[in-house]
Design a protein around this ligand. Structure first.
Ligand code: HEC
Length: 127
């Protein structure tokens, strides 16, 4: 009788450790899938920029009429305050920060959409 209980205990411990290893494996797979997903996903902000007129004056890595987005990301840390400032600037337009060329206003843009654009631009900052 004692032996049976001991035997069952051993089987139980074996099963428990086995399923724990499985869980770790599953977690690792899930992390990899999530990372790949983030890598290939086009952010909402980038999609909005592609749909708007931004690319006529801005390029991700090269200055055209306006500064390259990577330069903007270098200048401003990715904080809520800067996202707000840039979203307002995108909507109202303006000049004087990067030179004398003005950025046109985008008065019909929703603040939330402008913020998504600003977040995408600031996400281009090299870590
Ligand atoms: C007519 C050309 C033009 C268009 C269209 C344009 N920009 Fe700009 N953008 C500029 C110029 C020029 C500047 C620099 C303004 C300055 O020096 O203050 C600028 C600056 C910026 C900045 C940095 C602002 C700052 O104060 O540092 C951001 C962010 C930006 N643009 C995003 C956008 C987005 C997003 C769009 C599309 C919705 C857009 N721009 C469309 C010309 C343009």
């Amino acid at each position: 009788m004692k032996k049976t209980i001991l035997g069952l205990g051993a089987v139980f411990i074996f099963m428990a450790s086995f399923s724990k290893a499985d869980l770790e494996k599953e977690k690792a797979v899930a992390t990899t899938v999530a990372a790949n997903h983030a890598f290939f996903q086009v952010s909402a902000g980038e999609k909005l920029i592609n749909k708007s007129d931004c690319l006529g004056c801005h390029n991700k890595t090269n200055k055209i009429i306006g500064p390259a987005y990577v330069e903007v990301a270098k200048k401003y840390a990715n904080t809520e305050k800067n996202v707000n400032y840039l979203a307002d600037k995108i909507i109202k337009g303006g000049t004087g920060v990067w030179g004398t060329m003005p950025m046109t206003a985008h008065a019909t843009l929703k603040k939330e959409d402008a913020k998504l654009m600003a977040k995408y631009i600031l996400s281009l900052r090299k870590k």
